[in-house]
Design a protein around this ligand. Structure first.
Ligand code: GLU
Ligand code: ZN
Length: 301
């Protein structure tokens, strides 16, 4: 089969899949149906401290049990050489620096954006690089102070400046793990992702990912399949499941897993019905087959 592009479903194996993941998967599979896309499962185990092997296996099994069958799969822990090569290019281009600030210092010394994020003011850029590298440190990307104009397929136009949202952001953490931002930008470029469909909770990352991706094309093209020109993917940030009072789901509600429901004897159709009901797609909590559930969402795209 010939596809017109490639989309990814990118869960982090820091827990078992829950209802939020199911809604995301439904959107990804719906987008794939609408635009005829290859579906890539990308297991985002970049944070080694929070990853568990059981969750990785659990994600594969629970997706298969629900009927979500991707066309290909990758896992970030097996792509360390690519991230290292990308990081070396960024370092060589003078676009990174070590930051020795502790969490406490970051909180005390920097302002916060409207969304509550710390806007790092670049303190460690002035440190002696050799001295700083000898101390515990993360490695930050120097962002350019400029507006990024981008379009969300569902939510319309955004005009955001990463320098005012977060400032220079980490590409490698203190433990030596490549961060979400570095891995996701590298992978989306290297794997030829044309459509990014994910929850609204990550929308703030989009402008900085566009900035980093453009830079990667300039300095890291030729590593794997990283291209010379950045062709922006289509972005679609989907709504999240909220509780009946309109608030985001609590940690406890999110900890309730597909696996627990499976063990309690629920069928996939029942879980899909519950998720679609909670997300406001159907008026009653009826069972619904996967094909129909995907179809419901396709109709809203
Ligand atoms: N791994 C991220 C998460 O589970 C999603 C990353 C993305 O879609 O960009 O929240
Ligand atoms: Zn610092």
């Amino acid at each position: 089969m010939d596809f017109s592009g490639k989309i990814r479903f990118a869960p982090s194996p820091t827990g078992y899949l829950h209802e939020g993941h199911l809604l995301s998967a439904l959107y990804v599979w719906a987008a794939a149906r609408k635009w005829n896309l290859h579906i890539h499962l990308r297991i985002e185990d970049h944070d080694r401290g929070r990853t568990r092997e059981a969750y990785i296996q659990g994600i594969r099994e629970d997706l298969a049990w629900m009927g979500f069958i991707p066309h290909s799969e990758s896992i970030q822990s097996e792509r360390q050489d690519i991230y290292r090569a990308v990081m070396e290019r960024l370092d060589a281009a003078g676009l990174t620096y070590p930051c020795t600030c502790s969490r406490k210092q970051l909180e005390a010394e920097n302002p916060r954006s409207e969304t509550g994020e710390i806007i790092y003011q670049g303190k460690c850029q002035a440190l002696d690089i050799h001295q700083a590298s000898a101390l515990p440190h993360n490695t930050r990307f120097k962002v350019t102070d400029k507006l990024i104009n981008w379009q969300d397929y569902r939510l319309g136009a955004f005009s955001e400046n990463p320098a005012r949202q977060c400032g220079d952001f980490p590409l490698m953490d203190r433990e030596g793990c490549y961060t979400y931002q570095l891995c996701v930008c590298t992978d989306d470029l290297e794997q030829g992702i044309t459509h990014i469909v994910r929850g609204e909770d990550i929308i703030n990352s989009t402008a900085r990912q566009i900035a980093l991706s453009e830079t990667l094309c300039q300095v890291a093209s030729g590593i794997g399949h990283i291209p010379r020109e950045h062709v922006r993917p289509l972005y679609l940030h989907h709504p999240l499941i909220v509780d009946p009072s309109g608030k985001k789901l609590s940690k406890r509600e999110l900890a309730h897993s597909i696996r627990q429901d499976k063990e309690a004897g629920y069928r996939p159709e029942e879980l899909l019905g519950r998720v679609l009901f909670k997300a406001g797609f159907i008026p009653k909590q009826d069972s619904i087959a996967l094909e129909d559930a995907i179809g419901r969402i396709v109709n809203t795209l």
